[in-house]
Design a protein around this ligand. Structure first.
Ligand code: MG
Length: 261
């Protein structure tokens, strides 16, 4: 089946051949599809995790609030999935740093946070937003998007929204504000949203990688006379607070950290 796709596709098994394509995807889009990652995160594990997520979300609120002893037999899947996604985040980050010629880059100690998104879209809400326009604040996010219900859209450089149609088995990788600051403005933080396009429940699982209290600053390889340092060093926590207090959730809070605005 031909898949309509306008964002770059990165084949994890084709490195270093895809290094320049990876950098280009980061510069031009700030996002890409990831394929051939199944020796780390298999299709079976993706589908098992989706089932776990659905069964958890389907519990009535009073049961969910108890938050104990309700996930019979699911922990194994959650643990396996968490480990696999973290491994993928490490792998992609390393490949990105290598492709940019950065030595000594490490994400050791960077926490990985998960978020489950469920939208109960209905026919009456078609055209409305599930998630409004935003960027992700961290370094990288891996999204296992709903394999059957469309809605995810990313903004291209012209400001147009491009639909990311379902592609079973593939993942979407988004670069966030930290990636833009760390790369001295070279990589793009992608604005995206989720739109209601059909009256159906929609699930996605996102994993976010970002530093905790480590300082974010561009490495020396990305700073020279032609590319002076753009952003004052910051901690992720301070940046998150800045985003929160200014309500600038679309990456614009980074402008407040420009050394030479
Ligand atoms: Mg997001």
């Amino acid at each position: 089946m031909a898949i309509k796709c306008s964002i770059p596709v990165i084949d994890l098994e084709d490195f270093p051949a895809q290094s320049s394509k990876l950098v280009q995807a980061g510069e031009e889009w700030g996002c890409f599809r990831l394929v051939n990652h199944h020796n780390i995160l298999s299709v079976t594990l993706m589908s098992d995790m989706k089932s776990v997520v659905q069964s958890l979300q389907d519990f009535p609120p009073e049961i969910k609030c108890r938050n104990t002893g309700i996930i019979h037999g699911s922990w194994e899947t959650i643990n396996k999935y968490t480990k696999a996604v973290h491994e993928l985040l490490v792998e992609i980050s390393g490949k990105l740093a290598d492709a940019l010629g950065i030595s000594g880059f490490t994400i050791e100690g960077w926490p990985c946070l998960f978020r489950i998104n469920q939208f109960n879209f209905a026919k009456e809400t078609i055209g409305s937003s599930g998630f409004k326009i935003h960027t992700d604040s961290g370094f990288l996010a891996i999204v296992q998007d709903d394999e059957g219900v469309s809605g995810l859209e990313v903004m291209d450089k012209s400001g147009a929204f491009i639909p990311i149609d379902p592609w079973p088995g593939a993942l979407v990788v988004n670069l966030g504000d930290v990636a833009k600051a760390w790369s001295n403005g070279r990589l793009r933080t992608v604005k995206h949203r989720v739109q209601c396009k059909e009256g159906s429940s929609r699930y996605s699982i996102a994993a976010f990688l970002g530093p905790s209290n480590q300082i974010v600053e561009a490495p020396p390889e990305l700073v020279d006379d032609a590319h002076p340092r753009l952003y004052a060093p910051f901690t992720f926590e301070d940046y998150r607070n800045l985003r929160f207090s200014t309500k600038l959730n679309d990456g614009e809070a980074l402008n407040l950290l420009l050394i030479d605005p």
